[in-house]
Design a protein. Structure first.
Length: 120
């Protein structure tokens, strides 16, 4: 009984955070903020669902696979989001006007021309 409640809470919480990550992609203003939302909320959602899977099945091989999935996501999701954000910045994707940019960022990253809304 308690295990089923715990699993239900984990799966529902994971579903909620997956919904929030999807909503963040649709509603947030620029690519950098969108990548932040998907990396954080998506990883948390997957981790909660894998926690429910590990608790539900309980055998060693399933728990090991769930832990491996969570570790893999924790290692790759932030790196992937960073690379997508960096590629977007380097290719000149317009950013949200309140976003502050380091005046020397285009030089440090090897961008030919600074983004259009680059302000001092």
């Amino acid at each position: 009984m308690i295990l089923e409640i715990f699993m239900s809470v984990c799966v529902l919480s994971g579903g909620f955070f997956a919904f929030v990550a999807g909503l963040g992609i649709l509603r947030l203003p620029d690519v950098l903020i969108r990548m932040h939302a998907t990396a954080k909320a998506g990883t948390l959602a997957s981790g909660l669902i894998m926690l429910a899977v590990a608790a539900g099945f309980g055998d060693a091989s399933t728990v090991a696979r769930a832990v491996a999935i969570v570790v893999f996501l924790l290692l790759t999701a932030p790196v992937g989001a960073h690379m997508i954000g960096r590629a977007a910045f380097r290719s000149g994707v317009p950013l949200w006007p309140p976003t502050r940019i380091d005046p020397e960022a285009h030089i440090k990253l090897g961008v030919k021309k600074p983004p259009e809304n680059d302000r001092p």
